[in-house]
Write a protein that binds this ligand. Structure first.
Ligand SMILES: *[C@@H]1O[C@H](CO)[C@@H](O)[C@H](O)[C@H]1NC(C)=O
Ligand SMILES: *[C@@H]1O[C@H](CO)[C@@H](O)[C@H](O)[C@H]1NC(C)=O
Ligand SMILES: *[C@@H]1O[C@H](CO)[C@@H](O)[C@H](O)[C@H]1NC(C)=O
Ligand SMILES: *[C@@H]1O[C@H](CO)[C@@H](O)[C@H](O)[C@H]1NC(C)=O
Length: 618
């Protein structure tokens, strides 16, 4: 009897387990209809972002994990104790913001969530190769499980993190990857870098992005491999850098810089994990007018990686008595737009690289030489595109938001993430300036002034660029710039100023971090039709009746700026902005990238006149 009962129990358990394995299929992926689409939405496929995501450190052996994963809500951090069985309840497209139509989810107000996929990693690696799992960006905290084991954690929504998964892989090659994400955007209990994301978007704050929003990929590397590479090449041909090895100090490496016509510009043999320097003879310099880049190959033991660099020097110096930003020793007036990097279909991630580059082409074709990446960090391919096109990048740190000042530990976390931003991006030649604070957001404005020691720390990490400690508002004299924000009229390096500005400081570079912002209400079909956005349209800094009025006002403002360049100490300016974003209708082009506001011929002339005025001062 007992035996029978036991047998019965065993059978019942087996059946129950079979049933658990027989979970209902997840709800299939479907591209949802965004509130507004772009010309790229219709070409969207379930194999997004196929490009190698890390252009400065490329190996042949990599595998893209973008595509259909599964997703489900989590109820809170307690869910971490008992990860759910796979698959999860609904399919999702990775990478994406769960709030976007491209994700297939279009969720809102989610703070805890699960993502899963299965990794097919062939068994039987040769020579002790390692397998590395890379996440380019997950907003905001990610806990990574492989085959049920917790193997990684990352905090910070804008930066790459990597886990060596070799020792956690199953011999049969099929592995369950599960990622728990916590994103407390807008929770008043948290001051975290979020930029312009808001769960209650209106006017200058927009729809948030949560989850795995950039490429996920696998890489196979030899047992001794290059873990990171920093390279800066100057106008005199000097190449300085550090190449780190997984084995630590002293691994020999060879580096070659190719000249573009099959020849070699320079080679050098060095040792890992310590600074090196060598010279290339007469390189063609990188500048917006001639963005010359050189391919690089580095070998270390069995490892071979490809990269590139551009030879250029950024500095601050006096030209005819005025403090100026210098590129290759010459004053180059910097003119470009405030660039938010928001998309109606993908929110924080455009549908494709082509979509992303089309925004940059618009700026370049109008004759701009700069772009200010505003309180957001883009996929690395954005910076590569700027390197290739010849656009100087002013890179903001994503700002914190919350009530009252950040706590000391929140401030320390902000600074830790800022250091990651600098280290991860400092080998892109196009980046010329790091920005710490924008208009007082998340800035502690009582003494001590944190930007003093943050600027000193950035200078230590990256002595090859300029630092804009504070763009707009609370300036206490730190960094290389005195940067004014003023709408709509510029006040660039001028002896007049408006509050909360301070008198122009001749010891630093006079800069207009924001101005313009003039707008025009587009046709309904080009507008983001969320109620809150529509009702904040009238908050746009200035609205013009029609496009002629918009272009007339733009011409006036650009002409005032030209006058300030000619008369005062104005060294660069940022026009608000590249595109409309949600209820803000002041872009060169609408949010859907379909209706261009600018009269291109007039804008090109006005922009040329700015450079000519600057020429007259150098
Ligand atoms: C999300 O939460 C915000 C407040 O944080 C609220 O204003 C908004 O209506 C919510 N949205 C949805 C779709 O529930
Ligand atoms: C570097 O190049 C030299 C000369 O070609 C070669 O002997 C050496 O093995 C190379 N070292 C590495 C680490 O590739
Ligand atoms: C650099 O290498 C890429 C391929 O990786 C090639 O397309 C490009 O033309 C090369 N550029 C130069 C300047 O050699
Ligand atoms: C590299 O060139 C710089 C400037 O031309 C010179 O000062 C330096 O000594 C050179 N360094 C080496 C290692 O040749």
């Amino acid at each position: 009897m007992i035996v029978l009962l036991l047998l019965h129990f065993c059978l019942w358990t087996l059946l129950a387990e079979a049933h658990a394995d027989n979970k209902p299929d997840p709800i299939p992926y479907r591209l949802l209809t965004p509130l507004l689409d772009t010309p790229w939405t219709k070409d969207f496929t379930i194999h997004p972002w196929p490009e190698h995501p890390r252009p400065l450190l490329r190996r042949e052996s990599w595998q893209n994990l973008n595509g259909i994963w599964t997703y489900q809500l989590a109820s809170g951090s307690d869910d971490l104790i008992t990860p759910p069985p796979l698959p999860l309840s609904q399919e999702i497209l990775i990478p994406s913001c769960i709030e976007s139509a491209l994700s297939g989810i279009m969720a809102s107000n989610v703070t805890h969530m699960w993502f899963a996929t299965s990794l097919d990693v062939p068994h039987g690696r040769v020579n002790n190769e390692r397998v590395i799992l890379h996440f380019e960006a997950v907003d905001y905290e990610a806990t990574v499980f492989l085959n049920g084991e917790r193997i990684g954690f990352n905090r910070g929504g804008y930066f790459r993190f990597s886990v060596d998964i070799t020792d956690h892989l199953k011999p049969d090659g099929s592995n369950d990857l599960l990622v728990f994400v916590f994103d407390p955007t807008d929770d008043p209990a948290y001051h975290i870098p979020v930029g312009k994301q808001s769960k209650d978007p209106s006017h200058i704050f927009y729809t948030p992005c949560s989850g795995i929003w950039q490429t996920v990929w696998l890489e196979t590397v030899p047992s001794t491999y290059i873990t990171s590479m920093e390279i800066a090449a100057g106008m005199d041909g000097t190449v300085i850098g550090v190449i780190d090895s997984s084995q630590g100090l002293g691994r020999p490496f060879n580096i070659s810089i190719f000249d573009g016509s099959g020849g070699v510009l320079a080679t050098y043999s060095g040792l890992s994990d310590q600074p090196f320097t060598f010279n290339a003879t007469s390189p063609k310099l990188w500048s917006p007018g001639s963005p010359n880049l050189y391919n690089i190959t580095v070998s270390m033991d069995q490892d071979i990686v490809n990269s590139y660099t551009g030879f250029r020097t950024i500095s601050s110096g006096k030209i005819k008595g005025v403090q100026r930003p210098l590129l290759n020793g010459k004053f180059v007036f910097q003119f470009g737009t405030l660039d938010q990097g928001y998309w109606p279909d993908g929110i924080y991630l455009p549908p494709s690289l082509g979509a992303m580059v089309s925004d940059l082409n618009l700026l370049k074709n109008l004759g701009m030489n700069m772009v200010r990446k505003h309180v957001k960090v883009e996929p690395d391919l954005f910076y590569q595109a700027c390197d290739q096109l010849g656009l100087l990048v002013v890179q903001d740190m994503p700002s914190m938001r919350g009530s009252g000042p950040p706590s000391p530990s929140e401030q320390a976390e902000f600074e830790r993430q800022l250091e990651i931003m600098v280290n991860e991006h400092k080998s892109y030649p196009s980046i010329v300036t790091w920005v710490i604070y924008n208009e007082g957001w998340g800035q502690i404005t009582q003494p001590y002034h944190p930007e003093e020691q943050i600027a000193a720390r950035i200078r230590e990490l990256d002595p090859t660029r300029l630092i804009d400690a504070v763009t707009g508002w609370h300036d206490y004299g730190f960094g290389d710039f005195h940067d004014s924000h003023h709408y709509a009229e510029p006040q660039c390096g001028t002896p007049f100023y408006s509050k909360p500005g301070v008198p122009y400081d001749p010891d630093r570079i006079g800069f207009q971090g924001e101005f313009g912002g003039v707008g025009h209400v587009p046709e309904l079909k080009n507008l983001w039709p969320a109620q809150k956005a529509l009702s904040s349209v009238s908050d746009t800094y200035e609205l013009n009746e029609d496009l002629d009025a918009y272009n007339y006002r733009s011409h006036q403002l650009l002409d005032h700026l030209r006058d300030q360049v000619a008369r005062f100490a104005c060294s660069g300016a940022v026009w608000t902005q590249t595109t409309d974003v949600e209820g803000e209708v002041n872009g060169l082009i609408t949010y859907d990238r379909r209706a261009l506001r600018v009269h291109a011929t007039q804008w090109k002339e006005d922009i040329k006149a700015l450079y000519a005025a600057a020429e007259g001062r150098s």
